[in-house]
Design a protein around this ligand. Structure first.
Ligand SMILES: [Cu+2]
Length: 154
């Protein structure tokens, strides 16, 4: 636990932009950790963002929508490998069980940002809003790292 907070503080110190979750309107017990994104190649290609959704509540949390002012669409995708070919599938329904967490990371689940309205640039931030069934939502200020970043701390 301590270590996790150290990571968050370190990431905040490095980028000057901490993830900000508005606890008041978030679904009970649900929070985000370690949000990050990679710099995009202009606006012609989609970009990806990653984070961890943690549910410390007693009810399942269902993610129903993700929006950002920087992209026309934000979708949950899963990278899958079939016959040595990598491809992405859209995940229509994402549930975080009580006491559970869902980790988005390169090669697995990611938030795909399509129809970018402006490029994601290193050192910048990407505002994201995650909406859950039941009406709760969480806003995140996602730090943007370089195009070769593999995580929020490397
Ligand atoms: Cu994708």
């Amino acid at each position: 636990m301590k270590r996790r907070w150290m990571m968050v503080l370190l990431a905040a110190a490095l980028t000057g932009a901490a993830a900000q979750a508005t606890a008041e309107q978030a679904p009970m017990g649900v929070s985000l950790e370690r949000p990050w994104a990679r710099a995009s190649i202009g606006t012609s290609r989609p970009a990806a963002a990653y984070l961890t959704i943690i549910n410390r509540g007693l009810e399942p949390a269902r993610l129903v929508d993700i929006t950002t002012p920087l992209a026309g669409r934000a979708e949950v995708h899963l990278t899958v490998k079939t016959d040595n070919v990598m491809r992405m599938e859209q995940v229509e329904r994402l549930d975080v069980p009580p006491g559970g967490r869902v980790v988005f990371e390169p090669g697995g689940l990611h938030i795909m940002l399509l129809d970018l309205r402006q490029p994601l640039t290193k050192g910048g931030t990407l505002p994201l809003t995650l909406r859950f069934s039941g009406g709760g939502s969480i806003d995140a200020s996602v730090p943007v790292f370089g195009p070769g970043a593999r995580g929020p701390d490397r």
